[in-house]
Ligand binder design. Structure first.
Ligand code: BTN
Length: 318
């Protein structure tokens, strides 16, 4: 009912009488009063003027599902959103829900994480209620070897969403770090459950620094606020990420990954650079010459040998 009241208040810019709300939503005036109190507790600024009624002045900057779903316009992504104030990691919650048969497109988001994780066993630090931490459940018809492509898709989708909302177009460091002026603004983590040749589900985790102050972030990181010198609506950005993710995801299901790979290459800061790619087995150094259709990075070593890496950490080499 809270959600319905908020929707109702949003539809009306002017004051709306308790009588009208009561008739439309078929609840008593006393119940409306109680809901208004609850909404105020959640951070909604609602004024009540005798003889005029109620008016919504402002909404809190919280990632409430009904705020995200308001005018979202997607078919699959975000149809179900699970919101928590604090979790260990949205990846854990999404993974558990996926095991319990959560539908494709289910999203888990939280204001804060106590054990946010990144690629290669790293931690992901994000000050509470300042960024976006989300995990999306996907059920693609892919083999486990093809899942790296989804990571590229997410990087392209997030970069495009940020360009649309803020004007800033982050570039991509292979495989999926989003950078602005060389500093990391967002990271993507993909985890999966699979049988030998079939993916059961994939969880795509996205972490984005939105309104965080620079001194609250790890070295080498930045935020949208820092780069644009203004605060941004996390809701608007969240919505655009879901829209872009859905557009690209539905497109590749029909047409394949070609256009994702093309766009990824245009946004890449890694290609045509001398790089050192490290993983658990050591490192490879050379010129990053191309991205292949599986999302692998092709590196030409000084010997001329071309090596393909599917995972690892890229550093610029000299
Ligand atoms: C990386 O850059 O290494 C990936 C970072 C991914 C962070 C996001 S935040 C939401 C989701 N929950 C996590 O614990 N990690 C991902």
């Amino acid at each position: 009912m809270q959600t319905q009241i908020i929707e109702f208040l949003k539809k009306n810019e002017a004051y709306i009488s308790g009588e009208e709300i009561s008739q439309s939503l078929k609840i008593s005036r006393a119940a409306i009063w109680k809901y208004m109190q609850e909404l105020r507790q959640l951070g909604y600024d609602i004024v009540a003027v005798p003889h005029l009624g109620y008016k919504l002045i402002s909404s809190p900057d919280k990632l409430f599902p009904h705020e995200i779903q308001h005018a979202l316009g997607t078919k699959v992504f975000g149809k179900k959103i699970i919101y928590e104030d604090t979790v260990s990691s949205t990846m854990d919650v999404a993974f558990r829900l996926a095991l319990e048969k959560a539908a494709e497109g289910t999203v888990v988001c939280a204001e804060g994480q106590t054990k946010g994780r990144g690629r290669l066993g790293r931690t992901w630090t994000s000050p509470k209620a300042k960024g976006i931490c989300m995990s999306i459940v996907l059920r693609p018809k892919l083999s486990p070897l093809e899942v790296a492509k989804l990571t590229l898709l997410a990087a392209v989708a997030v970069s495009q969403a940020l360009k649309k909302i803020t004007g800033l177009q982050p570039l991509i460091k292979w495989p999926n770090d989003l950078l602005v002026k060389g500093k990391k603004i967002a990271g993507i983590l993909t985890e999966l459950s699979a049988e030998t040749d079939r993916v059961k589900f994939v969880i795509v985790g996205i972490g984005l620094n939105v309104n965080s102050a620079l001194n609250s972030l790890p070295p080498g990181a930045t935020s949208l606020k820092e780069e644009t010198q203004e605060e941004h609506s996390r809701i608007k950005i969240f919505q655009e990420i879901l829209r872009e993710m859905e557009q690209w995801y539905l497109h590749v299901a029909q047409e394949g990954f070609f256009s994702v790979v093309q766009r990824w290459k245009e946004l890449s800061v890694t290609l045509n650079q001398r790089v050192r790619v490290s993983d658990a087995n050591g490192f490879v150094e050379g010129l990053a010459v191309d991205l292949d259709n599986d999302g692998g990075l092709l590196i030409r070593k000084d010997s001329g040998l071309i090596v393909k890496k599917m995972a690892g950490d890229v550093m610029q080499a000299h």
